[in-house]
Design a protein. Structure first.
Ligand SMILES: C[S@@+](CC[C@H](N)C(=O)[O-])C[C@H]1O[C@@H](n2cnc3c(N)ncnc32)[C@H](O)[C@@H]1O
Length: 314
């Protein structure tokens, strides 16, 4: 792997053990990153196996290409958004696959590269685009969203208690000049959040606002349900989907979609008898597993991670 690309994979053994059941199979990593999980998958596959890795971030693609250069199995790397999973699988001639992985969110590399503008700890231009070619960035959210739009994303995606005050302070501050950097935004947030709250435990005052803006810039939640359904649709019977989430909003979507697809009844609870005739498509194998104490000791990023694995039924 490129020496410059830092990311420690979360729950690597649990994920790969749960996902890979066919050593000659086709596996799709929808969030390739630096290919941590992918390299482990590829190392298990034999010459007949195939790995398809997808990432929207070109620097992740470059690092993964390097890391996966000498694999025994066939490797195909696709620079795209996994919201295009349906067409990617069709273009790759892989309509039916053995496993699909989603390790959501940003990589440590993205967070730690100051100029990507993801971190409230590093001063840089407001950016936060996972796809460097996209023409919509954190700058646009912070400088063009009106008060109501800012309130909505801070409340919904940041679950931030002081959403209204922070939105007000942003709208006020940008009257003088556009807000250009993460540092300026952090200063505004700090002024908006009362000192007593700011100094209490609960993390950096900008953490939730940065999460909210990042989710908005990359439409992180809006594409999940359809992507998970598309993934399950393209699994062979016995094939598996693995999903690693990092915050409650994305985890709720994963939990609800998998629960619905694994249920034999989706009637409203108020109905006395089942009328839906719903057929379960998957069986849940791993429900919200968390990292071991040992892993948490060397990877703090694993703290909020939850792993879910499900198997496609025949
Ligand atoms: C947590 S990292 C993956 C790390 C990887 N599993 C590893 O072990 O090295 C998430 C990666 O997914 C990518 N990503 C997030 N959302 C995406 C999307 N909708 N489409 C494509 N790539 C996405 C990010 O750019 C990032 O590189």
């Amino acid at each position: 792997m490129s020496e410059k690309f830092h990311h420690v994979s979360v729950m690597p053994e649990e994920t790969v053990n749960g996902l890979v059941t066919n050593l000659s199979g086709i596996y799709v990593d929808c969030t390739l990153g630096g290919a941590g999980h992918s390299k482990m998958i590829a190392d298990r596959l034999n010459e007949a196996g195939r790995l398809i890795g997808i990432d929207q971030d070109i620097s992740a693609i470059e690092a993964a290409r390097e890391r996966l250069a000498d694999c025994r199995c066939r490797v195909d790397i696709v620079n795209s958004n996994f919201s295009n999973l349906e067409s990617i699988l069709s273009e790759q001639g892989a309509e039916s696959v053995d496993g699909i992985l989603f390790d959501l969110g940003v990589s440590s590399h993205q967070l730690d590269t100051a100029e990507r503008g993801f971190s409230y700890m590093l001063d840089a231009p407001l950016d936060m685009r996972m796809n460097q070619q996209a023409d919509f960035s954190a700058y646009d959210v912070v400088n063009s969203y009106d008060m109501d739009e800012l309130c909505r994303i801070f409340k919904e995606y940041g679950e931030e208690r002081w959403y209204k005050r922070i939105a007000q302070f942003i709208v006020e501050a940008r009257k003088d000049a556009p807000i250009g950097t993460t540092g300026e935004l952090v200063d505004i947030i700090k002024k908006a959040v009362p000192a007593a709250v700011r100094n209490a435990k609960g993390g950096h005052p900008a953490k939730r606002i940065f999460q909210a803006i990042r989710i908005e810039v990359n439409n992180e939640l809006g594409i999940l349900e359809e992507a998970f359904r598309t993934a399950v649709k393209h699994l062979r019977p016995g094939g598996r989907i693995g999903i690693i989430t990092f915050h409650s909003l994305e985890d709720r979507i994963a939990k609800n979609v998998l629960r619905e697809m694994s249920s034999s009844c989706i009637c409203p609870p108020s109905l006395p008898v089942c009328v839906c005739n719903h057929k379960p498509e998957i069986k849940l194998l791993v429900k919200a597993a968390v990292a071991s104490a040992d892993e948490l000791e060397h990877n703090s990023r694993a703290k909020s991670a939850k792993l879910r694995i499900a198997e496609k039924l025949a």
